[in-house]
Write a protein that binds this ligand. Sequence first.
Ligand SMILES: NC(=O)c1ccc[n+]([C@@H]2O[C@H](COP(=O)([O-])OP(=O)(O)OC[C@H]3O[C@@H](n4cnc5c(N)ncnc54)[C@H](OP(=O)(O)O)[C@@H]3O)[C@@H](O)[C@H]2O)c1
Length: 297
Amino acid sequence: MIWLIGRSGMLGRLVEQELRAHNLEYAASGPELDVTRPDSIDHFAPKRKPRWVINCSGYTAVDSAESEEDQAWAVNRDGPALLARYCQKRGARLLHISTDYVFDGSLPDGYGEDAEPSPINVYGASKAGGEEEVRAELREHVIVRTAWLFAEHGRNFVLTILRLLKTRGELTVVDDQHGSPTYGRDLARAIVLVVTASRPVYGTFHFTNSGVTTWHGFASAIRDRAVELGLIPKSRRIVRVSSDQFPTAAERPSYSVLTCRRMISAYGFEPRTWEEALDDCLQRIASEHQARTFTLV
Ligand SMILES: NC(=O)c1ccc[n+]([C@@H]2O[C@H](COP(=O)([O-])OP(=O)(O)OC[C@H]3O[C@@H](n4cnc5c(N)ncnc54)[C@H](OP(=O)(O)O)[C@@H]3O)[C@@H](O)[C@H]2O)c1
């Protein structure tokens, strides 16, 4: 049996769909469970001992974390620490999700799984703190770092850009931050592959879709395909800007590309390109759009 935590989040919803699609026995917790409180973890824990706990919860508001530091550290470091302790006590394994933002983005060839974290914002530091706690508390853990997640629901760049393209004449998007957009559905598949492996390989892994782009490149690809699929009426101009011209509360890494070699060799899961994954996501949005009134967050 598997215990999914964070079922209401963007990734959590997709992981739950994937667990259901595989007919796996699972329990799932959403906002009723507070990962920062041990009593809440004990209260909502399933009666039967889980073989795996999947932690999809997180404090994910990168800019707000700069002013809500305590909350970010509580959810992103203390929460995983408590879950790892719970797993240690119950003899369960923990799969925990982390981020490319644990790195500063200064390496020209991107980051391997063993690279030393060097966060440059509170969110990244709190996530790196969570990783350390999990490693310290529990041997049987899998930490999966991912990046630039998108899906057809939740708060994410694809839906934001589609909404802005419908309401604004022109957009400005930064063109000096590089990363690998990752479809939550692909990550959810990889997660289920790990927790159903007969002989899981433990440790720290990376999973992103393959290929590298900038936020501007990503936005342009969303626009071009969305026009083809009839999701937006006509092509809008997307202007390139530098991060200096678009100041945000949190500094972001300029090249937070993750190499996924360990995931490929341990679990045989070869990620598709971010363009293929984006196309899949936009096609799903388009068919939902045809089926009912199009509502974007
Ligand atoms: N989104 C990305 O681009 C990205 C990139 C790299 C890594 N990640 C990591 O991927 C994981 C999933 O992210 P996501 O994009 O699915 O985020 P999300 O949509 O914000 O989901 C996170 C979930 O965690 C819940 N949560 C917050 N505080 C909690 C607490 N104290 N106890 C229990 N649950 C709590 C949230 O509930 P409320 O909404 O009710 O607060 C939300 O349902 C996170 O670990 C994140 O750091 C995300």
